[in-house]
Design a protein around this ligand. Structure first.
Ligand code: ZN
Length: 212
């Protein structure tokens, strides 16, 4: 529960008075500008990840999977970042390379909290419970690939480089989706083929989603 009076949004807001005014603020790319807001964002991501790890898929997820099993489903476009589609058996390992005849069934429009990406070398890692603990402290883990590369450089007596930090692969307000172009092309193709569109659990207030 994120939005009730004792929910997650209010808990973060009370810890950072004046910094976060609404739930939307917690997903805003502006957060990644100052030390305090980065700390608040990391804490929020850690707590959210922990909630997701303990979350269960719903009857709606099962219903959508049933449609897929009956070969009645073209695609799922989701705004959720909880990756619960994977729990019911969808392949969410979304590879955007292929637009024509794309096999992926789930498009995660706002990314996913199942992965972390290095802000320096773009290495992608699973969002493990060990990393979750670091986020819950308000920090962000160092990228293991960067660390290994640096260790090698140091052994070779070379000048150290910047070590990147791991960030959740979620798309924030004000961020552009790295695969936005591919998604719009896939959506256009799907529109021409689908004869029914089911919309569930969204107010359609996000412009990119409204226009799909
Ligand atoms: Zn890295």
């Amino acid at each position: 529960d994120f939005i009730s009076s004792d929910g997650l949004y209010n808990m973060i807001k009370s810890q950072y008075p004046g910094v976060f005014r609404s739930g939307k603020d917690l997903f805003d790319v502006q957060l990644l500008r100052t030390h305090d807001t980065i700390k608040g964002f990391n804490l929020f991501m850690g707590i959210l990840k922990e909630l997701i790890v303990n979350a269960k898929s719903t009857a709606t997820h099962s219903f959508i999977k049933k449609l897929a099993d009956m070969k009645k489903l073209k695609r799922v476009y989701t705004q959720n970042i909880d990756n619960l589609e994977e729990l019911v058996g969808f392949d969410v390992n979304w590879q955007f390379e292929r637009v024509k005849n794309c096999k992926a069934q789930v498009v995660q429009l706002h990314g996913t909290l199942s992965k972390l990406r290095c802000n320096a070398c773009t290495n992608i890692c699973p969002f493990t419970s060990q990393y979750c603990e670091i986020f819950k402290e308000g920090g962000a883990p160092n990228c293991p690939e960067c660390v290994e590369r640096e260790n090698t450089r140091v052994k070779q007596g070379r000048r150290p480089h910047f070590i990147g930090q791991l960030k959740p692969t979620v798309i924030l307000y004000g961020d552009t989706h790295p695969k936005g172009l591919e998604i719009s092309q896939i959506a256009k193709r799907d529109q021409d083929k689908a004869d029914c569109l089911l919309i569930m659990g969204t107010s359609l207030r996000i412009p990119g989603v409204k226009d799909l």
